[in-house]
Structures are given as C-alpha cells and as structure tokens.
Write a protein that binds this ligand. Structure first.
Ligand code: UD1
Ligand code: CA
Length: 462
C-alpha cells in the first residue's frame, strides 16, 4: 500500500534570522522543501500533503510542479499540531503515513524506502530515523530503556543526563495510521516550549506497549536538520560533495571539486573538464568533452559537445552549439544562441541574439537584439546600437558580412549578404549585399606639422 507523506513546512525558521521562510532557503539551487519532496517521491507516495503557514503562497508556488495537497497551519504550535492540520488526509490514507520535515534536505529517497520497509516488516506503531552524532545539541534525544525506545526528549526539556545522550531523533517518522490519529488527539503541551510535540507519540506507543522501531542511520549527514545559516552552509558542502562525486564517477574531470558548485538539476556529459571556481546553476546542460575554465558561471543554459568556455565568463539562459568557444570575460545574457564553431571572445557581451555557425566576435563588442548569419566577422569594438532611450530595435547581419573594427550599427538596420563595413563606420541605413559601406571624415595629412608647432612654442616662451 502506498504511503501517504506529510511534510511539515509551516515554520518561519526563527534561527535563520531571515525574512524568507526556512523552506524556501536555497540549497544547491533549489529551495530546501524541494529536496525533501524529491526524496519523498522515491517511496512512491499515494499522496503528498504539505503543511504550510509562513509565506504559504510563496512555498506553494515553489513546489507547484509536485502538485502536493496543501493544508494550512495558521499558528505554529508545534510539530504535533502541524500534523494535526493534515488530519483529514491522514484519515483517508490506506497505507502507512510518513512525516518529514522540510528542514532535513540531505535525506535520500533510498533511506526513506528502507524506513517504510522496516516499518512494515516490524509491524511497528511508529518507526523513526535516529542517528548517533558527535554533537547532539539542539536535537531531540532518543531515550532507550530495557525493552527499547521509551521516548524522545527535546533539548529544552532534557535533564543534564539526557543531554549526554548522543542518539538523536531525525524528525522523520513512519506511522501506522490509526495509531497516529489517536496520538494526535492525545498530545499535550506541557513542556518547556508549550508546544504540541510530535515525538511525544513515541512515548505514547512505548507506554501502550506498542512497537517502536528505529532506523539508525549510518550516514550522519543525511539526518542533519537545517536550523541556522551555519547548518545551511554545512548542508551545502555535503550536497556539493555528493553531486561532484556523482559526476566524477560518470566521467567528468573536476580539478577542484571543493570550489566547483553544481546545482542539483545540472546535467553533464562525459570527458567534460571543469576547473575550480566554476558555478553551474539551475537547469544547465553541458555536453561531452567541453572545458569550462576557472571563474565562469553558467546558469540555465544548454551547451553542446566540445564547447570551450574560457575564464571568467557569465552565461545565462543561452544556447551554445557544438564546437563553439566563449570567453575569456564574455557575457552571454538571456536569449543568446551561439552557432556551431562560433567564437565569442574577450569582453564581448551578447544579448538576445543569434550568432550563426562559424561567425566570430572576438574582441570588445556589444551585440544586442541581433540576428547574425554564418561566417560573419565582427571586428574589435563593434557595437549594435539597439536602444534609442525608449525602445529596442533589431539588427540583421547576413551571411559572410565583414564588419570592420569600431563600427556602430544603428538599429533597426540590415547588412546584406557578403557586405563590407569599413572600420569606424557609423551605419544608419541598410547596406545592400556585396556593397562597401564607409562613413568617415576624409584623412588630412599636414607634413612637418609637429616640428613646426614645437618651434612656435619655443619662440613664445622666450
Ligand atoms: C524537531 C524535533 C526534534 C528533532 C529535530 C530534527 C519536535 C518537537 N522536535 O526539532 O526531536 O531532533 O526536529 O531535526 O518535533 N513545523 C511546522 N509547524 C510547527 C512547528 C514546526 O510546520 O508548528 C515544521 C518546521 O517548519 C520544520 C519542522 O516542522 O520544517 C521541524 O520544526 P523545528 O522547529 O525545526 O523542530 P526542531 O526544533 O528542529
Ligand atoms: Ca529543525
């Protein structure tokens, strides 16, 4: 029977000291709550119920793709109270009920599957994940008696002796449905925080001599709860190592995995080489045998095979065809499409433009709202003047055009196939195919001018 999964995400996360609800804080390019949802998907849930409170609309928006059922907890009166808000959905459940917290993002789907298995095999009333950690501070401690787990005691309620217990509650449970419903009714708030504690259900089971199972996680990282920004950075480091390892085992070379940030959703091809200090963000896909040199950031972009991204380039929402080369110090802004074998070089900015196969813009250019054909050469310092202070206009540069250095193409303008634009030209009208367009003041030579001027100056000074 498919488990019903309840995810608690109503809290603000006071310890984050943030205006943003904790569930929305980013980890490897995704909000915390999405990591938990991804793990939850692995148990093949019949239904996912999200308990929301703080910034419910924003959290709901962030998880739209998962289509969870949402219930609201208007006042955050504790984890037990939060689960109580999902009472109706729980009552409808056919199988076991898993409860997860949005702030344990390192949990894997594999572990959750094992927990469900253990729960069903042991016919427990409740199965919880625990771990033995070096520093248990802040976690609920698992109190064991002669016949197993007796209760979970929160940090703030623990006696000095209990605080020494190093086995902690991960805040992740699998419940037998009827037992959970009865427990929710029985929860009190007679504790240090005056909250309804979900872990009190464990004590209830023990008291009633019902079975409490524990899945003791070997992987301490997995159960890490994110309560502070410091926890967040530690979780980021763990996840970074996990993602890097996966790609290295899949054939990607990473010269310095510790300084390479690869978001969760990124896809990489084999034989691609990533230097240190590279960031690959969002839904970026990079093909095979590409090289990304240090200092580059690539976000939400698709990069074909054999592409080179030289040092310190920024690529956002762009497409790069196989064999192209970008950088160093290039900026591809959203909507840039770079053709096969094309070259975008030093200090070139491209925005919402298509650059045809084999075309080159190697130095110091701005190309915006342009359609550039194949085998076009764009000289150093060329600028498409696409903005008149009110609106943006397009530039079309057809196949085989040669644009001389320092030319300005004032849009809207079309340069016909094979045309030649002289260096320094300011082009304000369309240029027909095959033509030369030149616009510059005639050159004037004055022989001997420099020495004459010097003599004049010396005379004056006397
Ligand atoms: C909880 C457990 C603790 C465990 C730890 C593991 C309780 C009482 N304590 O403590 O035993 O070791 O997790 O990380 O359960 N939430 C709501 N509504 C509320 C309160 C909390 O939705 O009224 C949500 C939070 O948004 C969060 C999760 O529940 O995602 C856990 O809440 P948090 O306050 O972080 O609990 P801990 O103090 O960490
Ligand atoms: Ca927590």
């Amino acid at each position: 029977m498919k488990p019903t999964v309840v995810i608690l995400a109503a809290g603000l996360g006071t310890r984050m000291k943030s205006g943003t609800a904790k569930a929305l804080h980013q980890l490897a390019g995704r909000p915390l709550v999405q990591h938990v949802l991804n793990a939850a998907m692995a148990v093949g849930p019949g239904k996912i119920v999200l308990v929301l409170g703080h910034q419910a609309d924003k959290v709901r928006e962030a998880v739209r793709e998962y289509k969870p059922e949402v219930v609201l907890q208007y006042e955050q009166l504790g984890t037990g109270h939060a689960v109580r808000q999902a009472r109706e959905s729980i009552a409808e459940a056919a199988g076991p009920v898993m409860v997860l917290c949005a702030d344990t993002p390192l949990l894997t789907g594999g572990t959750l599957r094992k927990v469900v298995e253990l729960h069903q095999k042991s016919r427990a009333a409740v199965t919880l994940i625990t771990a033995r950690v070096e520093n248990p501070f802040g976690y609920g401690r698992v109190v064991r008696g002669k016949s197993g787990i007796v209760r979970v005691v929160e940090e703030k309620d623990a006696t000095a002796a209990q605080k020494k217990i190093t086995e902690v509650n991960a805040g992740i449970y699998c419940f037998e449905k009827k037992f959970l419903l009865a427990s929710l009714d029985g929860l009190g708030k007679n504790n240090a925080q005056g909250e309804y504690y979900l872990p009190d259900a464990v004590a209830r089971a023990a008291k009633k001599k019902l079975r409490v199972s524990a899945f003791v996680s070997e992987n301490v990282d997995e159960v890490m709860g994110v309560n502070t920004r410091h926890d967040l950075s530690r979780a980021e480091a763990v996840l970074r190592e996990r993602v890097a390892r996966k790609w290295m085992l899949d054939g990607v070379t990473m010269l310095d995995p510790v300084s390479t940030f690869i978001d969760d959703e990124v896809i990489l091809g084999r034989d691609t080489v990533l230097y240190g200090n590279v960031r690959l963000e969002g839904r970026t896909r990079i093909g095979e045998a590409c090289t990304v040199f240090p200092g580059s950031r690539i976000a939400d972009s698709v990069i074909g095979n054999g592409v080179t991204v030289k040092d310190c380039s920024v690529i956002e929402e762009s497409d790069i065809a196989p064999g192209a080369s970008v950088g160093p110090f290039a900026h591809l802004r959203p909507g840039s499409v770079i053709g096969a074998g094309a070259k975008i070089g030093n200090f070139v900015e491209v925005k919402k433009s298509t650059i045809g196969e084999g075309s080159k813009a190697n130095h110091l250019s701005y190309i915006g709202d342009a359609t550039v054909g194949r085998n076009v050469n764009i000289g150093a310092g060329v600028i498409t003047c696409n903005y008149d202070g009110f609106e943006k206009y397009p530039t079309v540069i057809e196949d085989g055009v040669f644009v001389g250095s320092d030319a300005q193409l004032v849009a809207p303008v079309t340069i016909g196939k094979g045309a030649l634009i002289a260096a320094g030209a300011t082009i304000t009208r369309n240029v027909p195919p095959d033509a030369l367009a030149i616009s510059r003041a005639p050159q004037d030579i004055r022989e001997g001018f420099v020495s004459r001027r010097k003599r004049l100056k010396q005379k004056k000074d006397k």
